[in-house]
Ligand binder design. Structure first.
Ligand SMILES: C[S@@+](CC[C@H](N)C(=O)[O-])C[C@H]1O[C@@H](n2cnc3c(N)ncnc32)[C@H](O)[C@@H]1O
Length: 292
């Protein structure tokens, strides 16, 4: 069996999920409102769906503490899970509610709810449900610049992203602005809050992506594993979410315009960079205290 090499002493089972057999745009077409395009870092719907299906059962409570446009909630509620999302930005919280309204039957819509707030305050925000959550499924900001791509502006010689769209918003409480040690400290608070709201035996599934920063690789997956273990989670499984299509014996990459631009710039500087074609799905359990 393949294993994930995140630790010297301990390895966990590794799985690979192809979640981009069709493009993210195609997966969202008609299921999500067109306004969702403005959010700069959405999860691929097939990935959210697979996480919910693999790690929860119908009727269970799924929480996404950084829910963005509500992908986890839409897919989870459609699969018959009770889904509660938290999002710090009113704008994205409203859009998440609109997305739930857009596609779900009234019966399924009643399963989804969005609250505005800071993920670090999860036990307070979920006061009525704290300690009974079955699955926390989320994707945090990745400690790197994200923004809504404006290709036309870029081709006309202006910047690729409008400044107002950088890091989700200008709100400094948004962890999209955090970098380096500040990022790790703030995400540690988020994972501690997730641990507090889960029931014993509940699962945390968090999706990250490794980055290149200042010409070096930042292994966000390994850093996240360390953070989650420090707050008491046990590391259970590493899944590679393949963001390319499998076509016979070939992988067809589906890079964003942003990724293509960044990779081309790196190669122009002489760095042997390739497109990153996967995200890391990290699965943890709240069991006996695994700290240490
Ligand atoms: C990677 S995106 C998640 C996208 C989401 N999975 C989706 O498909 O739309 C991270 C989200 O975390 C939100 N966020 C950042 N800081 C937060 C905080 N302190 N509390 C709650 N949400 C936060 C951002 O506004 C952003 O929408």
């Amino acid at each position: 069996m393949a294993t994930s090499p995140h630790h010297d002493k301990e390895e966990v089972p590794l799985a690979v999920w192809p979640v981009a057999q069709t493009s993210a745009q195609y997966q969202r077409k008609d299921r999500y409102l067109a306004a969702s395009t403005a959010h700069p870092a959405k999860m691929v719907p097939a990935l959210a769906r697979r996480i919910v299906e693999a790690y929860s059962a119908p009727g269970q409570l799924v929480v996404d503490p950084m829910c963005g446009i509500g992908t986890t909630l839409v897919e989870g509620a459609e699969l018959g899970r009770r889904c509660l999302g938290v999002e710090v930005e009113e704008r994205w919280a409203d859009l998440a509610r609109d997305n739930l309204d857009h596609i779900l039957s009234p019966e399924r819509r009643a399963l989804g709810e969005v609250r505005v707030g800071d993920a670090r305050q999860l036990p307070t925000l979920l006061a009525d449900e704290a300690g009974s959550v079955d699955l926390v499924a989320t994707s945090p900001p990745y400690a790197c610049e994200v923004g809504t791509i404006d290709k036309a502006a870029w081709l006309a010689g202006r910047s690729l992203c409008d400044r107002a769209s950088l890091n989700y918003s200008a709100n400094q409480a948004n962890l999209g602005h955090a970098r380096d040690e500040t990022y790790l400290a703030q995400m540690s608070e988020v994972y501690e809050a997730c641990h507090a709201v889960l029931r014993p035996g509940g699962l945390l599934v968090t999706v990250t992506k490794n980055l290149r920063r200042r010409a070096r690789c930042f292994d966000l997956a390994a850093a996240t594993v360390a953070l989650a273990r420090q707050v008491g989670f046990a590391y259970h499984q590493h899944v590679i979410a393949l963001l390319c299509a499998v076509r016979g014996s070939e992988l067809v990459a589906r890079p964003s315009f942003w990724q293509l631009t960044q990779t081309r710039k790196a190669r122009a500087r002489g760095l042997p960079a390739h497109l990153v074609a996967h995200e890391d799905v990290l699965v943890f359990t709240k069991g006996d205290d695994a700290r240490g």
